[in-house]
Write a protein that binds this ligand. Structure first.
Ligand SMILES: O=C(O)CCC(=O)C(=O)O
Ligand SMILES: [Fe+2]
Length: 232
């Protein structure tokens, strides 16, 4: 992987704006080697569904910051050549995930308060990821060996998620069975505060607006704004 390949990052000409894409971030041969490491050399958690392994700093979902009690885990050798070099420093956190067929990840936006840049690299079987904002929904096919960077609208104002199901239906109607998939997500901690101001999805905007963490779900937000409107 060299700067020639990295310069092939292109923004997809679709909504949401801000999805920067590169096919073939790794070669098929390299992918095969990595999958053999994932299958044979790593110690995965012992439960069903989506499995995760963390490298670098570990995020604490209670404080919305780095967990000071979990020591930094060095990036292993196999991971080094897969780190995007398009940012000014290496990522602070890397997460390797395994998705058996039928598993997924609920719609979410990666916390604005903690994280800034976000990339995801895919291996194994392709899967459809759904981006959503309000009534709008867009399916993106996460093809193996592709690297996706989420910036701008795609990063901040649209949620993304993978439905738990055994097949995906493609745009032409083809029903594609799911297979084993792995992904690597790369996150850079935010320096300073997020200024997007989106009360629906931004935990910083929500905190500034006096909303406690447990009140920040979309449902409560709707209920809150309805209550607010009827008062005014
Ligand atoms: O599996 C992926 O490609 C993305 C996973 C994701 O959205 C996340 O870990 O925040
Ligand atoms: Fe995510």
């Amino acid at each position: 992987m060299g700067s020639k390949e990295l310069s092939q990052f292109k923004e997809l000409p679709i909504k949401p704006a801000g999805i920067i894409w590169q096919d073939d971030f790794v070669s098929p041969k390299h992918e095969k080697h990595l999958i053999s490491i994932f299958l044979n050399e790593l110690k995965w958690p012992d439960h069903s569904g989506r499995l995760s392994l963390h490298y670098g700093y570990t995020f604490d979902y209670k404080t919305f910051d780095i967990d000071p009690d979990i020591p930094y885990k060095e990036f292993p050798d196999w991971l080094q050549p897969l780190i995007p070099t398009t940012e000014s420093r290496p990522p602070d956190q890397i997460c390797l995930q395994y998705y058996p067929p039928g598993s997924g990840i609920p719609p979410h936006v990666d916390a604005h308060r903690a994280y800034d840049q976000l990339y995801a690299l895919s291996f194994g079987a392709p899967v459809m990821m759904k981006f959503r904002r309000g009534e709008q929904g867009v399916d993106i096919d996460l093809t193996p060996r592709s690297m996706m960077q989420m910036t701008g609208d795609a990063r901040l104002y649209w949620t993304h998620g993978i439905k738990k199901r055994k097949t995906d239906t493609l745009a032409d109607g083809t029903v594609r069975p799911r297979g084993d998939r792995w992904s690597i997500t790369y996150r850079w901690l935010r320096e300073g505060e997020c200024e997007c101001g989106d009360l629906e999805l931004c935990d910083t905007a929500q905190r500034r607006n006096g909303m406690e963490k447990e009140n920040r779900s979309l449902k409560r937000l709707t209920a809150n704004s309805i209550a607010q409107n009827s008062v005014n």
